[in-house]
Structures are given as C-alpha cells and as structure tokens.
Ligand binder design. Structure first.
Ligand SMILES: NC(=O)N[C@@H](CC(=O)O)C(=O)O
Ligand SMILES: [Zn+2]
Ligand SMILES: [Zn+2]
Length: 347
C-alpha cells in the first residue's frame, strides 16, 4: 500500500505572482494553496491601498474557479508611504502586511527604503495596529560581502528597528543562515519564512561544475552548514518558522543571461519537495506545522479547515521542466533528486 499523509490545506506566506501574461501563466501552480501573501514588487510597485485592491482584483480574475488560493495583499514600503493609507488599507481588509525592501537589495527594489528613520512613523502605526512588517533581510552596502548581507542586516537594520519600535511584528523573509534562525529563535514578536529551495540547495549547487542561473535567488544560498540549520528549523515544528516559497518566476531569457536575475520558480513542485525533505529528516509529522499551522497562527488567522493529501508513489512523479508564459518559457525548480510524493486534492 502506498504511504500517504493528510494535512490541513497549506498556505504560502511569500509568493510572487507577477502581473499580466506572467500572472495568467503561473497562478494555477499555486492554486491548491489556501492563502498566500502576495509580494508587491511589480513594475511599478504596489505602493497604495488602491493599487493593492486593483492588483487583488487582477489576481482573482486570472484565477480559475476551482482554485482555493486566496491572495493576501501587501504594500511595498517607500520613504513616502502614508501611515494613514497603511492603516486604512489594513482596517478595510485590503492588506495583510507591509513589505520592506532595502533599496537595491533584490528584484524591483529600486523604490525601496534607503533611510530607515524616514519610515519610522509607518512602523509606529503598524506596531499599534498589529500589522506585520515583512522584511527582505539583506543590507545593500557594497562593502559587505553578498554571503554576509543577511547577518549584517540583523545587526545594522533589523535589531535597531525592533528596539526603536517595540511591539512591531516582523517576519524575516526567506532566511538563509544560521544567524537568521538564531535571531528569530531568540526573540518574540518575530517569525521567519523559509523557502523550499533553500532547504535543498547550498552555494555549491549554484557554482560547482558551471554556473546554474536557475539556482540563483536572493538572498543567495549559503554554505552547507546554513542549509542544515534551515532544515532543522523547518523540521522542528517551532511555531516561529513557516513556509514562504518565494516562488519567483522570471522568463528564461532573463535568467539565462550575462546578468541573470534572481528568483527560483518552485510553485509547481513545492509540496512534493517538502514532503521529500521532511521524510528524509524523519519529520513528516511536523510538515503540517510548517506548511499549514505556524504561519496562520503568526498572522492571527485560523488554520484552513479543509485538508489535502500527499501520497507517496512507487514511481517518481513528473513535473514539467518548463512552463509557457506568452512567447517566453519559465524553468521549474529542479531539486536534483526524483520526487515520489504527490499532492492530492481533495484529500
Ligand atoms: N527571491 C528572489 O530572488 N527574487 C524575488 C525577490 C525577492 O523575494 O527578494 C523576485 O521578485 O524575483
Ligand atoms: Zn526578498
Ligand atoms: Zn520574494
């Protein structure tokens, strides 16, 4: 008999759905999730409540009837963000969080924050209203080595913000280091998303034997000790750690380039990969906490009531290696090992 596992419907607490043709091409691959925090780094970015509402409408139009996905919107924080708009958008249920991109840190972050003191009034109203701040946690100082940028962000930016604005609820997005795990574990009012791909690859996967643009994302994967720290955190059941796939589709022409952009497209096979990883670490009984319970609790939302089933097949399950997006293709993340677990819905 094949092995199977029933769990509450998973949520994705960090997802890029893009817009237009790309949105229409990728949205169904996240269709079996319950809720997803939708990142606002469009071109131009989603900076006002009105824009977030319009973007949510476009996502709902692009979604198919049978999908369970419910988009939870975020605002892209800029130095001119109006605290009143943040409060009103949250009060009316349009947004669930605000996203902090240090200017220049990652894809489409040019309009992000340079001077963190300038956004202090926004942080203050967020703390008061209990609105989470989702952080892309990397400094942009050219003097800081790219592999150290997350650890330095904690010391230079994140910890000072949290001290200056007590009560601010923070998500450290897509942590990639032992330092990130330690900081989140040792503090209150803070959680962290962990991506699927950072549980699977370290920096060797990107660089050994040739440069692999489809493993390049930000924050960049670190050395193996850090990957193992992420695996322990994800598999621990600790309520501070939850799934945010950071599935970030880019056209292959933009990835396979002399200056390839950052992002891994993991939406199609995420649950299969996670079941593999948790089984390997003897933690299948804690997969539900990571994918379906911890994030909801952090966002003060109930867990999804309905269930999905993961079934372990005798033969590897196959996924498309590429999907079409208009005249472009997007490469699906290749974990580098065969996948046997398959998501079944309904359970
Ligand atoms: N993670 C990435 O490498 N890329 C993301 C941006 C982000 O989440 O930093 C993207 O939008 O492509
Ligand atoms: Zn990011
Ligand atoms: Zn992201």
């Amino acid at each position: 008999m094949s092995k199977s596992l029933t769990l509450r419907r998973p949520d994705d607490w960090h997802l890029h759905l893009r817009d237009g043709e790309m949105l229409r091409a990728v949205v169904s691959f996240s269709g079996k999730f319950g809720r997803a925090i939708i990142m606002p780094n469009l071109v131009p970015p989603v900076v006002t409540g009105a824009q977030a509402k319009a973007y949510r409408d476009r996502i709902n139009v692009a979604s198919e009837e049978k999908m369970t996905l419910r988009p939870l919107m975020t605002l892209y924080l800029t130095e001119t963000t109006d605290p009143a708009d943040v409060l009103a958008s949250h009060a009316s249920g349009i947004i669930s969080a605000v996203k902090l991109y240090p200017a220049g840190a990652t894809t489409n972050s040019a309009s992000g924050v340079r001077d963190f003191d300038k956004v202090r009034p926004v942080f203050e109203v967020m703390a008061e209203a209990g609105i989470p701040l989702c952080c892309h946690g990397e400094v942009t100082d050219p003097a800081v080595d790219i592999f150290d940028r997350e650890a330095v962000f904690i010391d230079r930016v994140l910890d000072p913000i949290r001290r200056a604005v007590p009560g601010l609820k923070v998500v450290m997005e897509h942590i990639t280091t032992q330092d990130g795990v330690d900081y989140v574990s040792g503090n209150d009012n803070i959680g962290a998303t962990i991506t699927t791909h950072h549980l699977v690859i370290n920096r060797n996967h990107i660089l050994v034997g040739g440069i692999r643009p489809h493993y390049y994302c930000l924050p960049v994967a670190k050395r193996e000790t850090h990957r193992l720290a992420l695996r322990r955190a994800a598999c621990s059941g600790d309520a501070r750690f939850f799934l945010g796939t950071d599935s970030a589709p880019h056209p292959d022409s933009a990835k396979e380039s002399a200056c390839g952009c950052a992002g891994c497209f993991t939406a199609p096979n995420t649950m299969s990969i996670l079941a593999h990883v948790f089984e390997e670490d003897g933690a299948l009984d804690r997969l539900e906490a990571f994918t379906s319970l911890n994030g909801a609790a952090f966002y003060d939302l109930p867990a999804n009531e309905d269930r999905v089933r993961l079934v372990k097949r005798d033969e590897p399950v196959t996924y498309p290696t590429h999907i079409a997006a208009g005249s472009e293709t997007v490469t699906v993340f290749d974990p580098g090992f065969p996948l046997y677990w398959q998501l079944e819905d309904p359970a």
